[in-house]
Design a protein around this ligand. Structure first.
Ligand code: DC
Length: 209
């Protein structure tokens, strides 16, 4: 079984997906963390993402693993490091590059091919698994989303800075040429602005047979 959860930053995707995975006893794959880890690699190694050959070679050296809800980049736990302001500012641009998307989409399909998985991201229901068993599109007002990220206290930014950074990323992610953030035609839309985590989880479970 594949469950796709897409939507903009701060809509509650990863929190909800983690709980659902536990309740349904299936795997959880945070695809945003994968784009963030590749962004960290590119920045740390000063890779020119517009030099296709160099980028392809560099991606051959990127190995991603998940252990105990943490992402590992070439053996190093980068779960915390990938939530920084610097990564927030660069991840949308890196995610818009074809070679990066091809590399990570293949990775995501390989990881999920042999076991029931819930994946959250931007293009799961449209590109990665267009035939997913269930597709959900979560969204919320920008005020609510910025407040949620602020309360998570992951990046040392003010509420105003977070709101602006989310707004910019949403705009970039929704308007990029390749696999933009977009609701799949057959996805169930859920506005989480006025829902608690439990209410959102229950709502999603009510659709799953
Ligand atoms: O879910 P997140 O905020 O951690 O995602 C970080 C960025 O990664 C987001 O701005 C867009 C990109 N992303 C993507 O392009 N496709 C995905 N499936 C997941 C994330």
């Amino acid at each position: 079984m594949i469950i796709a959860i897409d939507g903009p930053s701060g809509a509650g995707k990863s929190t909800i997906a983690k709980i659902l995975a536990e309740k349904l006893k299936i795997e959880y794959l945070d695809t945003g963390a994968m784009y963030r880890a590749v962004t960290k690699y590119v920045l740390d190694n000063q890779i020119d993402i517009y030099d296709k050959d160099k980028l392809k070679k560099a991606l051959n050296n990127v190995h991603l693993d998940f252990k105990d809800s943490c992402i590992y980049l070439n053996g190093e736990n980068v779960e915390k490091a990938i939530r920084s302001k610097l990564i927030n500012e660069n991840v949308s641009e890196v995610s818009s590059i074809l070679e990066v998307r091809e590399f990570l989409v293949k990775n995501q399909r390989d990881i999920s091919s042999s076991k029931s998985t819930i994946l959250d991201g931007r293009d799961i229901g449209t590109v990665v698994f267009p035939n997913a068993d269930y597709k959900f599109y979560l969204y919320a007002s920008i005020e609510v989303r910025a407040k949620r990220r602020f309360d998570q206290n992951l990046s040392n930014e003010t509420l105003k800075q977070i709101k602006e950074s989310i707004r910019k990323r949403d705009e970039y992610d929704s308007n990029r040429e390749i696999s933009p953030l977009k609701k799949a035609d057959d996805a169930i839309e859920i506005d989480t602005s006025n829902l608690t985590i439990e209410e959102t989880v229950d709502k999603i479970i009510s659709y799953i047979r």
